[in-house]
Design a protein around this ligand. Sequence first.
Ligand SMILES: Nc1ncnc2c1ncn2[C@@H]1O[C@H](COP(=O)(O)OP(=O)(O)OP(=O)(O)O)[C@@H](O)[C@H]1O
Length: 451
Amino acid sequence: MIRFDSVTKTYAGQSRPALNDIGVEVLRGEFVFLVGASGSGKSSFLRLILKEEKPTKGRIHVLGQDLGTISSRKVPYFRRDLGVVFQDFRLLPNKNVFENVAFTLRVIGKSRGFIHSAVPATLKLVGLDGKGKRMPHELSGGEQQRVAIARAIVNKPQILLADEPTGNLDPVTSAGIMTLLERINAGGTTVVMATHEAGIVDQMQRRVIELSAGEVVRDERAAGYGAGVAEEQAETPEIAEPAAATDADADAVAAVLGGSSAQAAAAASGTTAKARARAPGPTKAATAATTAKTSTAKTSTTAKSSTTVKSSTTAKSSTTAKAAKPAKPAKPAAAPDGAATEGTPSTAAARAPITRAAPKVGRKVMDEKQPLYVEPEERDEVTDAAAAITAAATGVVTVPDGEPEAGSDATAPGAPESAASEHLTLAERLGLRAPGGPRAGDDDQEVGPTR
Ligand SMILES: Nc1ncnc2c1ncn2[C@@H]1O[C@H](COP(=O)(O)OP(=O)(O)OP(=O)(O)O)[C@@H](O)[C@H]1O
């Protein structure tokens, strides 16, 4: 599904590679956490998968295609099978929820009929049923991230890439987002998620690829965050805005969990207990970090920045006291079904037996889950509207409103738009290309249909 063969990425003007000789294979249906200290190369890894960046050395295969052979013109087609979610949501501030999700489909030329079937179904899936007319600024952070996730999955991508999707969210809201991502993964979508959240990784016990200074130092199935990362992070604490858990967040969690807000809150606090119970010895330090962070859900007003520092400090002191930093590299990951994975140096040896199952979403949630995807429409032609949007998307533009849709109230005048977003192209806001303008060799890259 995703394969890196001896991939090195060195950015222009940098002496040290951001990624160095990476050999990794991600199999269909896996849920993989990318962890590592700030600057270790996680985002670069994701950008290479998206073909937003090109490797300096080595080859990358995604969905059976050698990315080196995909022309810039064809990149938008390739990306139709990939969904992307970012820490900062990247919603269109002057479009309502429905239009934000519909936008992806309009860009690729889906019909109005398809859009009016797919968007509400996807909003329902992510717990935003009935909120299509809301503007982004009327939503909580968790709800905005759900819109971003809906936009990412509405076209049924085979792979979902998530770069710190819970980075701006409090623990309760983060738990709901992770439940949602787990559910999407249970529907067959491969998920690769970069994160600094020790608690989430410890709780979910999925495959963990740990990067350090651009190298894979751990690739482990059903693993925790790792004391090594916690220790490195203690040296580079992140400063973030305070985030408070709200009733609305609890409601959003409840919408996904299928219970009440109180149950959702209980589920969130149960995270700590679960993580503690499941944490293997070497990740105890990180679990302590989890406990510290999750406790902010109860106080609601604890600044996330101080929590991060405190968590990291806790982790560091625990690690130091126990000298529990895992040996590197640790054992490689095995295929989900226990079968050997072939083709890359790192995965050729990936035959470690699975000693414990990754915890899944609760049975009740799985039993009640909606169909993840709507049926695809038969035709996939470029409509005039999509062509117009595509043309607009290739420049720094104000997005045209397009045709008004039933069930959507298009544009809200006066909706706030950040200074930063004014300088992003539409494609950048959508994550169809990286912010920062055209990149070398990508000058002719377009967003949307090119035929
Ligand atoms: N466009 C760029 N040009 C030059 N150097 C870059 C660029 N993007 C990333 N880097 C460098 O590559 C290294 C890896 O960065 P990357 O963003 O991939 O790390 P990360 O693990 O995602 O960090 P964080 O957790 O802080 O997001 C860093 O040293 C960074 O400064």
